[in-house]
Design a protein around this ligand. Sequence first.
Ligand code: OSB
Ligand code: MG
Length: 378
Amino acid sequence: MIDNLEPITIRAIELRRISLPLVTPFRTSFGTENSRDILLVRVETDSQSGWGECVSGNDPLYSSEYVEGSQHVMVHHLIPRLFAFNGGHMSAHDVAHILEPVKDHRMAKAALEAAVLDAQLRANDVSIASHLGSVNELIPSGVSVGIANSIDELVKTVGGYLDEGYARIKLKIEPGWDIEPVRVIRQTFGDHIPLQVDANTAYTRNDGPLLAQLDPFNLLLIEQPLPEDDVTGHALIAKQVGTPICLDESIVSSLAAIDAIERGACSIINIKAGRVGGYLEAVRIHDVCRERGIPVWCGGMLESGIGRAHNIHLSTLANFRKPGDTSSSSRYFAKDIVNEALEATNGRMPVPKGPGIGVTLDRDFLEKVTVSTEVFTA
Ligand code: OSB
Ligand code: MG
């Protein structure tokens, strides 16, 4: 991607913590989330504000990052580096390079880069989708369904999402909640619904034969069955299982993506800008996958409208060939913090128009859900 944008000068960075209850608890193999404690980043220039969302969870269970840690590393290590660079005068394309000396903390870095990108594109009057070179105005929208208390409850939940028109269903699985839920969902709703599963690292290298029992159900993919650092294990599982293996947690960079593909560990990749340290690294992963014939789709981290708007713009790139976890605001929250409706119809989500991420904040509601605010200046 060519950086043909006018740089901006960062005058201030605001870190705002908000608390948003989820409409239903979200249970995965690593834990249950009832509410989202979200860290928002606002980058202020002389003319614009740009917004980013840090996707780290309350606890370090999906990855080592967690929201308190993300805020700490931003305050003490990342934000000082941004202000120290060229008087805060930069392009979003410089951010990853400026922050590179700090190891890991990818979700924190990605949130800062996203806010700079939004501010810069608003200043340049360009939407993220058009900056990335997209032409799509709608993206297919799937939904991720947590582990339920019973099979009956799961059937009701999935039935509701299918009635809403979602283009694909993803079931969270773990040992003891895998073959049977998939069998019942197929039996109840038929062979034609696009269906996939996500294990969030809950299985071991010995579980190839067990996971192969999912083959008759014609799933689109099995996401991240093994621990994130077991790339070779995924390659072993991929040989024993007919269903395509997709990686999420393991893919922390474009180098990790190339490595996993070359080792035969996956044939599909889930892209999350937060997990890979930035939007522009996410685009790079999209590109290396496209060059190697590997389809990608956009994952989610139960984001508010800010993070989801970023995800929707990213999903307009050509190699996003499968529906993402980019569901409607109403799937997550009773009310979202953005004014524009991010609601899918018939399984299709409109890409917000307008510069940057194309959404604006509902300021009154934002204040109501704000828990704390800190502002930093050069
Ligand atoms: O593994 O994709 C995941 C949510 C939190 C952490 C990890 C994951 C998820 C989801 C939900 O599956 C995706 C969404 O709807 O935002
Ligand atoms: Mg996942």
